[in-house]
Design a protein. Structure first.
Lengths: 112, 115
């Protein structure tokens, strides 16, 4: 079955530490891939996207993500987390126009 | 100059009532969506419209009826509200139906509480 998984429900990191949020998808071909962030009480904001070309994509707020076809993964990274990064993060795929499918989300907490 | 705006932000109502949520986008996008986010933050698409035409209608009870008077507006009307309808409802838009250059732009959500 086609799906998007985010294995980590909740991650806690210290401010200044590095971060990696995992995302895996199961589709026949490489879909378009996205990461969104949702701050408390807010809508979702696009962090970055991948559709082809360089497998390492840069986004806003210092985030980057790497597409690995062999692992069907699109993990999100940030070298140094800030307290304001505490939020819910969603990986999503655009299944060639069928619709956007979101993963279950990973909640990030940041310790001072 | 809000891109996707939805009203109201909060909606508290009793079971059995009928309510509407309005959404407007000023991005010139062709496609609009309604998503439901449950208490566990899981996002599920409900409907999508492309140029006022219904494209996606997931398995949503027919108590939910979307209406798109023009491509900048997509409203959601809910009849006979039930406790299980309590959730956050997000409106979103995209330039076209598909493509990586057509990501979703979200409103800030409407938190519906049915008592």
């Amino acid at each position: 079955a086609q799906s998007v998984t985010q294995p980590d429900i909740h991650i806690t990191v210290s401010e200044g530490a590095s971060l990696e949020l995992r995302c895996n998808y199961s589709y026949g071909a490489t879909p378009y891939l996205f990461w969104y962030v949702q701050s408390p009480g807010q809508g979702l904001q696009l962090l970055l996207k991948y559709f082809s070309g360089d497998t390492l994509v840069q986004g806003i707020k210092g985030f980057e993500a790497e597409f690995k076809r062999s692992q069907s993964s699109f993990n999100l990274r940030k070298p140094s987390v800030h307290w304001s990064d505490a939020a819910e993060y969603f990986c999503a795929v655009d299944n060639y126009g069928q619709n956007f499918v979101f993963g279950p989300g990973t909640r990030l907490s940041v310790l001072p | 100059d809000t891109a996707v705006s939805q009203t109201p932000k909060y909606l508290v109502t009793q079971m059995g009532n009928d309510k509407s949520i309005k959404c407007e986008q000023n991005l010139g996008h062709d496609t609009m969506y309604w998503y439901k986010q449950d208490s566990k933050k899981f996002l599920k698409i409900m409907f999508s419209y492309n140029n006022k035409e219904l494209i996606i209608n997931e398995t949503v009870p027919n108590r939910f009826s979307p209406k798109s008077p023009d491509k900048a507006h997509l409203n959601l009307h809910i009849n006979s509200l039930e406790l299980g309808d309590s959730a956050v409802y997000f409106c979103a838009s995209s330039q076209v139906m598909a493509g990586a250059d057509s990501p979703l732009h979200f409103g800030n959500g409407t938190r519906l509480t049915v008592t």
